[in-house]
Each structure stands twice: as structure tokens, then as C-alpha cells.
Write a protein that binds this ligand. Structure first.
Ligand code: NDP
Length: 394
């Protein structure tokens, strides 16, 4: 690879953002040369400033405007620009870059991801919620601008790596660890605490995706993400429980071949793939996969009675309108309420299902969102109804 790769990281202080920074820092003579353009965070101003100084970023942006003064003083004398506010986060995604890592969590990531798409960058997409809520609109924007989506969600990255003949695909198979409650009874799940639910067996991730993994809403959101990203009907996407998380996903072709991508569960691999694409880059210090040591790989079908989120995701995307936006918005509110100990674990999927049912039974269910404003309006409705149903005080 020749020349510098200009890269921005949205959500640089999160789990994905930190992994992206570590890939960039891994260096080595065969690695691409990276120039960091913009780094953004929500409130963690110290980590943001430290990362900006370490990478000599052009600009550091904090979404929380009350932290602007601290950011400015931490960056004083470095020559790094400081900015604050949600608009500034989105504006930073418009700065010319070859790759923009979309690593913000939740629908909050949609406006800056859209700006990255509009500038025609390669979008290294972790922020699945933006694809879930606005997949068809984002893809249409990408067609106009020439932007390319490079998924870094490990399952979609795996599919992207082995999807060489899209016209011959019979089905996509998304693997799932099953989360920390794979074998738990409903009674056990009813009693779990946020601390137990965030403890994922194979990955250390942000709090929201950890809870989503425990309810399997994460796999539901991934199902919708895959349907939009790979333009594949949801009936042709399966979910397979695979506790070891060595096979990251599979593509079945119509000649009987099934292609899979394997690796240890470590986000640096899919992130490096997206950063170096269409090449690959070496990750010298990383542990290598030793299948003889692992010995066995297990598989099982998912249990949608204990994990209804998977069923809800299929229903939401099959309906063809704003269902995925509603499911996502209701889930974001419910997960936050669970983390604040205001609702129980099983209530997350239950309330998301109730709000989705209400939406799908109403007049606007069949309307396909025609604009990003439609997306935000549907999202606001879902959040409001979830708050009302859960009787959460503001
Ligand atoms: P984290 O919670 O660890 O990090 C989220 C990042 O987004 C932080 O930098 C945070 O800033 C920033 N942020 C949060 N809210 C806002 C906001 N309102 N405006 C601007 N910035 C905001 O999440 P993860 O890294 O775990 O996940 C990020 C995304 O990647 C999610 O969509 C997740 O589903 C997806 N993903 C994550 C994987 C993982 O291994 N973690 C794997 C695959 C996908 P601050 O630190 O200041 O709060």
C-alpha cells in the first residue's frame, strides 16, 4: 500500500475506538501509514485529548459542550484543534478522510455516519444502529457519493470477506456466542443484575452492546444490519449459536459450498481489515488461532422462546417500514433503564416487543421512511412510547 491513509474515528474513547487506535499504533514496516484526521467522544475528555496528542490528530471533538473548556486546555500548545457539540461531531465526519470509523453507540451515531457517507469515504461501520434505522437511505446516499461500507462488526466483516459471488448465495449464517445466559432458565434471567449481564464470555465491549448480547437483541440488530448491508431478504439469513466464537459467520452458496472466516475473538482483526482494505495489514503482536488447542467447535440453533429479541427483529424487518427504527429506539431506552436498575432484564425485550406490536398495528407501519427526518421522527415516537409504557420519569 502506498501513501498515507487519512482516518477519522467517531467514538474514539469507546471499545471499538480504542481497538482502532491500537491497530493504527501497531505500526511495523509492512503496515499502512495512517494520518489521523478527527477523533470524537461524548464526555470522556481526558481519554480523547490523550488519544489526539498520541496520534497527532488534526481535530478532537467532544459532543458534551460543557467539557469544551477542559478539552481546550488539555490541548493547549499542541496545535490540535478543539471543538464541541453534536454538530461539531458531525462536521468532523465531513473532513476529508479515506476511512471513517463509525464507532459511536446508538442512533446518536447516525448523523455523523451520514456525513462520512456523504463525503464518499470508506465507512468502517461498527455503529450497527445507524444501519438498522436507516439502511436503505444510507445505501442510497452511498450510491450517490461513492462511499463504501466496510463492516467491522465481526460477523458482517466475516461475510464481507467471503462474499465473492453474491448472485450465487443461498443463505448467510450469522454466528452468535449465545451471550452470558445461553444456558440460563427464564427464572434465572429474570433475576440478573447489570453487572452480570455486561460480563460477556468472549469480548470486553461497551455496556450497551454487552446488554444487547445478553438479550440477543444484538443478534437481532445484526440480522437487520445484514439484510440491509448485503441486500439479502431476512428469510435467507440464519442465526447459529457457536459458543467459542471462532467462526465469525458463514456464507452458503448454491453449489453446496459453505465459506467461513475464522479467527480468535478480537476486534483488531476486522478493524484492521477495514482500515487496510482492499489490502490486509499485519498484526504481529496478536495471538494466533490454534485449532488443535481449541479442539472442538460447537453449534446449536437459537432458542427464540428464551430470547424473543431474534423473533422481534425478523418481524420488524419483514414488515418493510419503520419497524427496525421502533425496535431499536425502544431497545435503547429499555437497555438504559435496565443499566439504571429501573427495570428487570426480561422487561427489555418484552417492552420492545410491545412497542413494536403497537407500531405495526398502527397506520404508519407500512410507510417506508423516505428521509432521515422520517427516521428521527419514528425513533422519537418509539422512545416516547417506551418511556410511557415503563412509566419512567424524565
Ligand atoms: P462504547 O460504549 O464502548 O463506546 C461508545 C463511543 O461513542 C464512546 O467513544 C462514547 O464517548 C461515544 N458516544 C456515546 N454516546 C455518544 C453521543 N451521544 N454522541 C457522541 N459520541 C457518543 O461502545 P462500543 O465501542 O462497544 O460500541 C460502539 C458501536 O460499535 C456500537 O454500535 C456497537 O454495537 C458496535 N460494535 C461494538 C463491538 C465491540 O466489540 N465493542 C463489536 C461490534 C460492533 P464517551 O467515551 O465519551 O462516552
Amino acid at each position: 500500500m502506498s501513501g498515507q491513509t487519512r482516518v477519522s474515528i467517531l467514538g474514539a474513547t469507546g471499545s471499538v475506538g480504542e481497538s482502532a487506535l491500537s491497530v493504527i499504533a501497531s505500526g511495523g514496516p509492512d503496515a499502512p501509514e495512517f494520518q489521523v484526521v478527527a477523533l470524537t467522544a461524548n464526555t470522556n475528555v481526558e481519554a480523547l485529548a490523550a488519544a489526539a496528542i498520541a496520534t497527532r490528530a488534526e481535530v478532537a471533538v467532544i459532543a458534551d459542550e460543557s467539557r469544551y473548556g477542559v478539552l481546550k486546555s488539555l490541548l493547549a500548545g499542541t496545535g490540535i484543534e478543539a471543538a464541541a457539540g453534536q454538530e461539531a461531531v458531525s462536521a468532523s465526519a465531513s473532513r476529508p478522510a479515506d476511512v471513517v470509523v463509525a464507532g459511536i453507540v446508538g442512533i446518536a451515531g447516525l448523523p455523523p455516519t451520514l456525513q462520512a457517507v456523504r463525503q464518499g469515504a470508506r465507512v468502517a461501520l461498527a455503529n450497527k444502529e445507524s444501519m438498522v434505522c436507516a439502511g436503505p437511505l444510507l445505501r442510497a446516499e452511498a450510491t450517490r457519493s461513492g462511499a463504501i461500507f466496510l463492516p467491522i462488526d465481526s460477523e458482517h466483516n466475516a461475510i464481507f470477506q467471503v462474499l465473492d459471488r453474491p448472485a450465487r448465495v443461498e443463505k448467510l449464517i450469522l454466528t452468535s456466542s449465545g451471550g452470558p445466559f445461553r444456558s440460563a432458565s427464564l427464572a434465572e434471567m429474570a433475576a440478573v443484575t447489570p453487572e452480570r449481564a455486561v460480563a460477556h464470555p468472549n469480548f470486553a465491549m461497551g455496556a450497551k452492546i454487552s446488554i444487547d448480547s445478553a438479550t440477543m437483541m444484538n443478534k437481532g440488530l445484526e440480522l437487520i444490519e445484514a439484510a440491509y448491508l448485503f441486500d439479502t431478504p431476512v428469510e435467507r439469513i440464519e442465526v447459529l449459536i457457536h459458543p467459542q466464537q471462532i467462526i465469525h459467520s458463514l456464507v452458503a452458496y448454491d453449489d453446496g459450498s459453505v465459506l467461513a472466516q475464522l479467527g480468535l475473538p478480537d476486534m483488531r482483526t476486522p478493524i484492521s481489515y477495514a482500515l487496510a482494505w482492499p489490502d490486509r495489514m499485519p498484526l504481529p503482536g496478536m495471538e494466533r488461532l490454534d485449532l488443535a488447542k481449541i479442539g472442538r467447535l460447537d453449534f446449536a440453533p437459537p432458542d427464540t422462546d428464551r430470547f424473543p429479541a431474534l423473533r422481534l427483529a425478523r418481524t420488524a424487518v419483514s414488515a418493510g417500514g419503520g419497524g427496525p427504527i421502533v425496535l431499536n429506539g425502544a431497545n435503547e431506552i429499555a437497555v438504559a433503564a435496565f443499566l439504571q436498575r429501573r427495570i428487570g432484564f426480561l422487561t427489555i425485550a418484552q417492552v420492545a416487543g410491545e412497542v413494536l406490536d403497537e407500531f405495526l398495528g398502527g397506520a404508519s407501519a407500512a410507510c417506508v421512511p423516505a428521509s432521515f427526518d422520517d427516521v428521527y421522527e419514528t425513533d422519537r415516537w418509539a422512545r416516547r412510547r417506551t418511556i410511557e409504557k415503563l412509566r419512567l420519569a424524565a
